[in-house]
Write a protein that binds this ligand. Structure first.
Ligand code: PRX
Length: 646
């Protein structure tokens, strides 16, 4: 494939440290291979055994899998409850153990034991019931990274309500679109949250979202995070007051294995975000199992994942996976460099973190800031390091291993997606030899393949990444749009799940995920659809047309470059460029603010009118932006002469 070529040649291999392997849940390549062979030989038996080991089933399941591509149903007839599995079943042993260890950006520490978390979840669950929430109803969650975010998710799961968490960095407009699409009846939010020393105005955004029209929304529950209690208006309720009135006794609602658990919106290649739907049984089994396998959790561990609950990593590996395993999950509210560039290292030392999981963008940023910041802190509690969200370049991987892990900690580069629910390709730290920059091998039960344009299997080389067999935590559909689900994920090769990623397989069968092959970009670990940014730009009155592409960026992985044509009477200017960037930040969120915005007289198009993105990507990657405008016009002419579409 011409557009998926890699020049990376990385030959370093790191074997798992022997003393790590000795204690690991999966401690050798043989053990890993045996599990893979078991799954390959009899998938139903393999998954049935895993499902029984990981979860309490109130009613046992019968049939393991019903697979009518592209629709899968897992653990049929079984009933369970995710909150029960995260909380109640641990209480006999762990009531007094820390479940959540929280530090706010301003520095206050709050600890919730399993017993305390259980009680708070039950109270909120009863409060939701009192507001009329029933099993299957959708509840929006728009909170800062405080324990209440986890409490909110668990309370929904407890009563069978379907949560849809919206990242606190999203704007009022983005919040409205998501809540309206999900048909949320209740929104759980806060008056604000702390980030980079400032207050994120969550309640103001929630009010603006509601005012813009969310027909189903009846109640807003407001958690007070800021010193001054907010003045609430009709339809708004104080979180603490509601919970104080509610009973701490709330029996779990046993739901069918395929009962919807959550909807999480993610970007695709059209302007409208997709509501990825996950269901209860299969998702829980895989979240639980992968957390233990990949992070090799042991009794007494403190585990810290820096992701926000607004993203899937926060769902599976801040809240559900660690709690299913009875671990202590460390939650940090704020920015990684507030108040100083050593904030995360200070947190690791202060909370004696054993397992740390973050994104390559953060690793690269810290690498630039200098080794003196981590060196100031005692990082000797660390045993294992993880990376997620985008390809990690070998240089950053080596720095992570040497400077943060002090050469002692294995690094697990975990590949997965919102749609996959949990990690699919990753080293097992006690078993898999790692290569810097490679997510290595699929987990047992997962069958990925690299296929070429014709759909042939690529043994060694690059192509598109597919998953060829269903797995329990795969998305079930796109909320309200099953046709889009089928088209996006199963049209490329019928019956095979298409990831949207390009990947290379090396001679050892290792996977090197290169990046997206569709119009989705990964900016600083945040997944964005270029079409979303384009529709935000054209919603501005002065813009006629816009095309957005990614440009490789040493720090953010990808930077956003926008090409804009303005309406006839409008004069392009620096000021207008700044205004348009701010407009995108307002429409979507500050994290989507374009890095570069260039005006063009016309956008290069094929005869059939398709914007020539590949050419724009080349132009964006070029240095001289003044030159680019002319280049663009030349390209338009060239394009018009071309017979075929790009
Ligand atoms: O392109 C891949 C990249 O992130 C995409 C999924 O983004 P999202 O659904 O937001 O989930 C992020 C957290 C799981 C993938 O299609 N990606 C994720 N992890 C890796 C990665 N690319 C390379 N290596 C990874 N480890």
């Amino acid at each position: 494939m011409s557009d998926i070529s890699t020049v990376l040649q990385e030959h370093r291999v790191f074997a798992p440290p022997p003393d790590f392997a000795k204690k690991a849940h999966i401690g050798s390549l043989e053990q890993y291979r045996a599990l893979c062979a078991e799954a390959a030989a009899d998938g139903d038996a393999f998954w049935a055994a895993r499902a029984k080991e990981e979860l309490h089933w109130q009613t046992p399941f019968g049939q393991v899998l019903d697979w009518k591509p592209p629709h899968a149903r897992w653990f049929l007839g079984g009933t369970t409850n995710l909150a029960f599995n995260c909380l109640d079943r641990h209480l006999p042993k762990r009531a007094a153990q820390e479940a959540i260890r929280f530090e706010g950006e301003p520095g206050e520490v709050r600890v919730l034991t399993y017993q305390q978390l259980f009680e708070q979840v039950c109270r909120l669950a009863n409060a939701l019931k009192a507001l009329g929430v029933k099993a299957g109803d959708r509840v929006g969650i728009y909170l800062p990274m405080v324990p209440e975010a986890a409490i909110a998710m668990l309370a929904c799961a407890r009563i069978g309500a379907v949560h849809s968490v919206v990242f606190g960095g999203f704007s009022a407009e983005a919040l409205r679109d998501r809540l309206a699409d999900a048909g949320a009846t209740v929104l759980l939010t806060a008056d604000g949250g702390y980030r980079k020393g400032a207050v994120v105005p969550l309640l103001a955004n929630a009010r603006a979202a509601k005012a813009a029209g969310i027909p189903t929304l009846q109640h807003t529950v407001v958690f007070q995070r800021l010193p001054q209690a907010p003045a609430l208006v009709a339809g708004e309720h104080d979180w603490a007051a509601l919970c104080a009135r509610a009973s701490a006794d709330c029996p779990p609602t046993w739901v069918d294995s395929e009962h919807p658990l959550f909807i999480l919106y993610t970007s695709g290649s059209t302007g409208k975000p997709k509501g990825v739907l996950h269901t209860t049984g299969g998702y829980s089994v895989w979240a639980s199992l992968t957390t233990r396998w990949v992070f090799d959790l042991h009794e007494g561990d403190r585990y810290f994942c820096t992701a926000d609950v607004g993203w899937v990593t926060g769902h599976s590996y801040v809240v559900y996976g660690p709690l299913l395993n009875g671990t202590t999950t460390v939650i940090y509210e704020g920015a990684p460099t507030t108040p100083g560039p050593d904030r995360l290292w200070q947190l690791i030392a202060a909370h004696q973190v054993n397992v740390f999981y973050t994104a390559p963008t953060a690793i690269r940023a810290f690498m630039r800031l200098g080794d003196e910041h981590p060196r100031k802190h005692d990082l000797s509690s660390l045993r294992l390091l993880g990376s997620v969200g985008e390809p990690i370049n070998p240089e950053a991987w080596m720095w992570y291993r040497d400077v943060i892990g002090q050469g002692r900690c294995p690094v697990v580069d975990t590949w997965w997606q919102t749609e996959t629910g949990g990690i699919l390709i990753s080293p097992l730290p006690g078993a898999t030899p790692t290569k810097p920059g490679s997510a290595t091998l699929p987990l047992p039960g997962i069958f990925p393949e690299v296929l070429d344009q014709k759909g042939n299997r690529v043994e060694v080389g690059a192509g598109k990444l597919f998953v060829t067999r269903p797995w329990p935590s795969m998305l079930r559909t796109v909320w309200g749009d099953d046709e889009r689900f089928q088209k996006t994920y199963f049209a490329e090769r019928p019956g095979l799940y298409f990831t949207g990623d390009g990947a290379r397989r090396d001679a050892d069968g290792y996977f090197w995920v290169i990046g997206r092959v569709d119009d989705v970009v990964n900016v600083a670990g945040h997944r964005l659809g270029t079409a979303e940014i384009e529709s935000a730009l054209v919603s501005h009155g002065k813009v006629a047309e816009a095309a957005v592409v990614g440009r490789p960026d040493a720090l953010k992985g990808t930077a956003l470059v926008c090409f804009v044509t303005v309406k006839a009477s409008v004069e392009p200017s620096e000021a207008l460029a700044a205004e348009l960037k701010a407009h995108v930040a307002k429409e979507i969120g500050a994290f989507a603010r374009p890095d570069d915005l260039r005006f063009a007289a016309a956008l290069p198009k094929t005869r059939s009118g398709k914007i020539m993105r590949r050419l724009l990507r080349d132009v964006a990657a070029g240095q001289d932006s003044k030159q680019d405008t002319t280049t663009l016009e030349d390209l338009s002419v060239l394009a018009a002469l071309r017979q075929d579409d790009e």
